[in-house]
Write a protein that binds this ligand. Structure first.
Ligand code: SAH
Ligand code: SF4
Ligand code: F3S
Length: 482
């Protein structure tokens, strides 16, 4: 049905845009309708620029925001000078992304003074921090619109209010009930897509702001998730990544007794989808049944992102992670048994309050013992309102830096060794684009989520190809087409 609506619109003349626009809205609203990166053939009177910070959830939210704006007649630009609307979709998980937003939005003051009609908005996680919002309102007086992740669907109305009243609009909701369905999305990629399966988080790790800003866990129904994935598959999407802060607890809040392992089974049956990824898995909620499914379901990729955060039981307990080092190692063992060739990646934090040299040594030894394929490493960043930020024994910045350098050094050595062991092997690659540094080289991802560079032509972008690995680097592999 949607395909028909879009095809008709390709032929319309500018004169009848109004009528068709209404028809299009009727056809389109009421179902989650990925529109893909394609621009609609509209004469856009207004242009929007959206900057996105943070995790994949925010990237997915930006696709919805773009879909909503497109319905309102906006086109898109990367140039602030020609934008009518500049929107920052923000993250507050650490201080750094917050600082960037203050810096970049602060600089827009000049542009706003030159063009008072420019609308500047801030959305996402940052304004949902109760204590930060008043600071933002004061420090960024030229920002017209603030809203959060729970009321993205209200963007058209909020924008309308800014335009008609000329006043600043601030609408932040504490939480939302059931996930809102049926919103449009302008997808950023034609062959791979993020699909949010649940919102929020119930875990309250003591360092983390996410549960405070994103609210409690709310799973989308399996019907809604599958409908979105079927539409994506019909449009040629080959790879979906299921998103949630803790996908392993998917379904616990639903009336039906579905769990994440069952959801994977259902997604595995969608024709056209060839690869299934998911993130993030919390170690405390990964069940034996789920681990077995990972090995059994053919479309589920051999990659598990399993954030460990720390190697010391003392630190893990104070982080409120609710597992021990020994339990984590046991899971890794089981996963390796059930899923041959699996790659395991992780998130690790250094400098959590009270982390001693011995605690940090435990993290290093865990990294050496597990041999992660790669790791995202972070310096602990105190977040206002979280229990850990109140702890008195904060680790000095110098010590945190020394520890992260050491951690990266140890992890890089392991990553390179693992990659070197892959030289000579044949892998399946989903071709994602051309290399930034060399347009003759294509880049893509293996099922194990490793980046591979190889010579090839642009027609292969979006295709699954076979590649032989000929060279290994720390963060990527070099191969040749077979
Ligand atoms: N839900 C996911 C993580 C989301 S946040 C999970 O539990 O694994 C992504 C990563 O940011 C976390 O895994 C953690 O390593 C890091 N992080 C979260 N809060 C942080 C903080 N206050 N300082 C530094 N890193 C943090
Ligand atoms: Fe944050 Fe922990 Fe929830 Fe992940 S599981 S989002 S680290 S509170
Ligand atoms: Fe950041 Fe919000 Fe994601 S705080 S990590 S954008 S959930």
């Amino acid at each position: 049905m949607l395909g028909a609506a879009e095809d008709v619109r390709l032929e319309i003349s500018v004169g009848c845009l109004g009528v068709l626009w209404c028809a299009y809205n009727v056809v389109w609203k009421g179902e989650t309708t990925p529109l893909f990166g394609r621009q609609l053939p509209m004469v856009n009177s207004k242009l929007a620029l959206i900057r996105t910070f943070g995790c994949q959830m925010n990237e997915r939210d930006t696709e919805t925001i773009r879909g909503l704006l497109q319905q309102e007649g906006y086109g898109f630009t990367d140039n602030p000078e020609e934008a009518d609307l500049i929107l920052y979709n923000t993250c507050c998980v650490r201080e750094n992304p917050e600082r960037k937003v203050y810096g970049q939005v602060g600089q827009l003051q000049e542009l706003k003074a030159k063009r008072p009609g420019l609308i500047i908005g801030i959305c996402g996680c940052m304004p949902q921090q109760k204590e930060e919002l008043p600071v933002m309102l004061e420090r960024l007086p030229h920002v017209d619109l603030f809203f959060g992740t729970h009321n993205i669907h209200r963007l058209p109305e909020l924008l309308h209010r800014v335009c008609t009243t000329g006043e600043r609009v601030v609408e932040i909701l504490d939480d939302s009930d059931e996930p809102i369905e049926g919103l449009p999305a302008l997808r950023s990629n034609d062959f791979k897509a993020f699909v949010t399966i649940m919102h929020g988080c119930n875990n309250f790790c003591s360092y983390c702001i996410v549960p405070y800003v994103r609210g409690r866990e709310r799973s989308r129904t399996p019907e809604a998730v599958l409908q979105e994935i079927r539409i994506l598959a019909d449009r040629g999407v080959k790879e979906v990544t299921l998103l949630g802060q803790n996908v392993n607890s998917y379904g616990k809040d639903l009336k039906s007794d579905i769990d994440f392992a069952q959801l994977l089974e259902l997604v595995n049956e969608v024709p056209g989808i060839q690869r299934i990824r998911f993130t993030t898995s919390h170690p405390k909620d990964i069940s034996d049944r789920l681990i077995r499914q990972l090995g059994r379901l053919d479309k589920v990729c051999e990659h598990l992102h399993l954030p460990v955060q720390a190697g010391s039981n003392n630190v893990l307990r104070r982080m409120n992670r609710r597992y021990t080092r020994e339990y984590y190692l046991e899971i890794v063992e089981k996963v390796r048994q059930e899923v041959p060739g699996v790659s395991i990646t992780t998130d690790i934090m250094v400098g959590f309050p009270g982390e001693t040299d011995d605690d940090f040594a435990d993290t290093l030894s865990l990294v050496e013992q597990v041999r992660f394929d790669s790791a995202f490493t972070f310096i602990y960043s105190p977040r206002k309102g979280t229990p850990a930020a109140e702890l008195l024994d904060q680790v000095p910045e110098e010590v945190k830096k020394e520890r992260i350098y050491k951690l990266i050094e140890v992890q890089n050595k392991v990553s390179l060794e693992i990659n070197q062991s892959l030289v000579g092997s044949e892998v399946e690659v989903l071709v994602e684009g051309t290399s930034k540094s060399d347009a003759q080289m294509l880049t893509g991802k293996t099922r194990t989520n490793k980046t591979v560079l190889f010579a090839g032509t642009r027609e292969l972008i979006g295709e699954l190809v076979k590649v032989r690995i000929i060279e290994a680097q720390t963060w990527s592999l070099v191969g040749e087409l077979i």
